[in-house]
Design a protein around this ligand. Structure first.
Ligand SMILES: C[S@@+](CC[C@H](N)C(=O)[O-])C[C@H]1O[C@@H](n2cnc3c(N)ncnc32)[C@H](O)[C@@H]1O
Length: 287
């Protein structure tokens, strides 16, 4: 290990000391809410070593400093991608889209058609397949949705994936997996290969860290936050569930990932309404 403390060349490349792993784990917890078990050390070590070699950084202290340096956004985004996965696909966990289509949208579409406001949030949307799947589900039920006050918000902590989502360009083989009733909503892509205006117009994308206070004034009718909280420790998960409950309208729905569970104070109000599906039922209200 160098006197700077840190990355030392090992037989097959760099290795991360326990102290360096602890420093990364603390940074990731403070800034991204991530819980990193010690068992993750070999994985983090090999991924970080590759990154440092590519970047010609020879000591860990320099790497940590880069996370607060002039390119902090980019560096943090790179670290986040190294510690988590952006894996996603269209209509992932299809049962949620069936619930959305059959149980949730009829009331919301009626409200929007009567001039009301409807908001759906895809929190931790990665490269955008989730909010576009929501938009397709809405459009299939309500072709005029883009002309109503019916909006979808897609956010992620990582600006790189948010840019990909905004670009709205996906490989044909990925689009070919989409069920035909929704694929019918995707006529030929425009000259730049983007998804059609009808879908893009409904969605606004932004960068948002779920462990920081939410900046919203209005409330949401539906929140999808799937396969994100799995990276958080239990207290952080509970805070995020409560924060969602606070920004959900009474009678609103929260969809979470297949290996995530509701817990903590929010569980008093977010009642199971299907597989990893919760209905916001504030005390004293019957929905
Ligand atoms: C596996 S993807 C999930 C994508 C999509 N929701 C799905 O289920 O297919 C996890 C996403 O969570 C994002 N993420 C991780 N920590 C986050 C945080 N603190 N705030 C917002 N997004 C976060 C990552 O950048 C990544 O894009």
């Amino acid at each position: 290990m160098s006197a700077e403390g840190s990355i030392s060349p090992a037989a097959e490349g760099f290795t991360l000391s326990d102290k360096d792993f602890e420093a990364i784990a603390q940074f990731a917890h403070k800034h991204f809410g991530l819980a990193m078990a010690k068992s993750k050390k070999p994985l983090v070590s090999s991924r970080l070593a590759r990154k440092l070699r590519q970047r010609n950084i020879t000591n860990f202290k320099d790497y940590l400093a880069s996370l607060d340096g002039p390119n902090a956004d980019q560096e943090r985004s790179g670290l986040l991608s190294l510690l988590t996965t952006n894996v996603t696909h269209f209509f992932r966990e299809p049962h949620h889209f069936e619930t959305l289509r059959n149980d949730v949208l009829p009331g919301l579409v009626e409200r929007a058609r009567n001039g009301g406001r409807v908001r759906i949030w895809s929190a931790g949307c990665s490269n955008g397949q989730e909010p576009y799947s929501i938009a397709m589900t809405v459009l299939e039920q309500c072709p005029e949705a883009a002309r109503l006050d019916f909006k979808i918000l897609g956010t992620d902590i990582d600006p790189v994936v948010v840019r990909t989502a905004q670009a709205a360009k996906y490989p044909e083989d990925e689009l070919a997996q989409i069920d035909s009733k929704y694929r019918a909503l995707l006529p030929a892509r425009d000259a730049e290969g983007r998804l059609p205006d009808s879908l893009r117009q409904m969605i606004t994308f932004g960068v948002l860290n779920l462990i920081e206070p939410f900046p919203f004034r209005g409330k949401f009718d539906v929140i999808f936050c799937r396969n994100v909280a799995i990276y958080f420790d239990n207290p952080t998960q509970q805070k995020v569930w409560s924060a969602f409950q606070n920004v959900l309208n009474p009678g609103g729905y929260l969809f979470i990932g297949h290996s995530e569970r509701m817990s903590g104070p929010a569980a008093q109000h977010l009642k199971t309404a299907g597989i990893t599906t919760y209905l916001n039922s504030p005390a004293g209200r019957t929905n």
